[in-house]
Design a protein around this ligand. Structure first.
Ligand code: SF4
Length: 367
């Protein structure tokens, strides 16, 4: 359902209404977390931080899939890429993420067969055209992208492909939020929830935020007015002491989400414990390929030994992902770590908090 187009004047009026409303309610320090990397970038791009009173702080959360993928996964992908006859297919933003001692880009430069795809389905064409090769798709992402990866496995089965595999690092947002709030370090007063993840899972999986943690939350879209309006809604809930869940993105997020996408997902994947950068292993926070599709699961069908995991000693990406540190708190930010020469995952992805701070100059005006 499309929103009726607003005129510029109406948009200006609404933005001023939200900005002034937030200012009126900002009578004490408030910390709001935007969970999603797409929100982080949109907030910087639109200059939303500059519209907020100093007492309202926006912190970024664990919502950049590339950033939360731990080194162990990257090291495993590197180990596969070093094997003869293996083709790694991946989205482009995984290439430059540093693993323990290498990256996929470095392995590609050394001759590994690593190909950037725009959809997991592209991997099937490669597998069909090169039957002697083993094609491993790096399945990284949240509930938004996992149904497509699941559909790709089903399509591979239907096509009778015996040389296509997924290396799953899919993750689920609600269990990570539970772990983050239970740990207590983030100290957030309200949450901006990711619109595209919510379009799949709907509203119900977030009920625990209010029930268990008394934290209000708003499912928000990605336009500047969506975000400003969601912050206003959160401020109103906080002022009223209401730990409610609001869906402010109804034009895209039905309350029940997308049951058809979840049905595809549930055929291929089941919940499993998963390791997150910065958050450790969180129970039932990842997606593992079910036994019925074991033949397509790289970990099960093609076991490999990766190198022992090491993290960059100076990188504070884990704390940044928990909202416990700002990029500018990292001594490497903008010096030994830049988008051109990233030392940590949060500086690589376009949705990474460190990359957004660097690109939009937040290190200069907020350090
Ligand atoms: S600036 Fe670089 S090294 Fe520092 S926390 Fe961010 S990604 Fe890690």
């Amino acid at each position: 359902m499309k929103t009726p187009a607003r005129g510029r004047e109406e948009e200006r009026r609404l933005a001023a209404f939200f900005r002034d409303g937030i200012a009126r309610l900002a009578d004490r320090p408030v910390r709001l977390m935007e969970v999603c990397g797409t929100h982080t970038v949109a907030i910087f791009k639109a200059g939303i931080r500059q519209l907020l009173p100093p007492s309202v702080e926006l912190v970024s959360g664990p919502g950049c899939p590339v950033c939360v993928t731990p080194n162990e996964y990257l090291d495993t992908a590197v180990a596969y890429s070093r094997q003869d006859g293996v083709v790694i297919t991946t989205f482009g933003d995984m290439l430059r993420v540093p693993g323990s001692t290498s990256s996929l880009a470095a392995e590609q430069a050394r001759g590994a067969d690593i190909r950037v795809v725009y959809s997991p389905l592209d991997s099937l064409a490669i597998a069909a055209a090169e039957p002697a090769k083993k094609v491993i798709f790096l399945a990284v992402g949240f509930e938004t992208t996992a149904p497509t990866a699941a559909a790709t496995v089903l399509a591979a089965e239907q096509a009778g492909l015996k040389n296509f595999y997924v290396l799953s690092a899919h993750k689920l947002v609600p269990p990570a939020l539970r772990a983050l709030l239970a740990a207590g370090g983030a100290q957030v007063d309200g949450l901006l929830l990711p619109g595209h993840v919510s379009a799949i899972i709907g509203e119900a999986p977030y009920a625990f935020l209010g029930e268990e943690f008394a934290v209000p939350a708003v499912i928000a879209g990605f336009e500047p007015l969506d975000i400003l309006g969601a912050v206003y809604l959160l401020m109103k809930r906080i002022a009223a002491g209401e730990a409610a869940l609001d869906n402010a993105y109804r034009r895209v997020v039905p309350p029940a989400g997308n049951p058809a996408a979840r049905a595809v997902l549930d055929r291929v994947y089941g919940a499993a414990d998963a390791a997150w950068r910065g958050l450790g292993v969180i129970p039932a926070s990842g997606l593992a390929v079910k036994a019925a599709y074991r033949a397509f699961d790289a970990r099960a069908a093609l076991p490999v030994t990766a190198e022992a995991t090491k993290n960059h000693p100076g990188c504070r990406c884990g704390e940044v992902l928990r909202g416990a540190a700002r990029p500018a708190d990292c001594p490497l930010f903008g010096a030994a770590c830049t988008p051109e020469r990233p030392a940590g995952a949060c500086m690589v992805s376009v949705e990474g908090t460190c990359a957004a701070w660097y690109k939009y100059g937040a290190g200069r005006w907020q350090a």
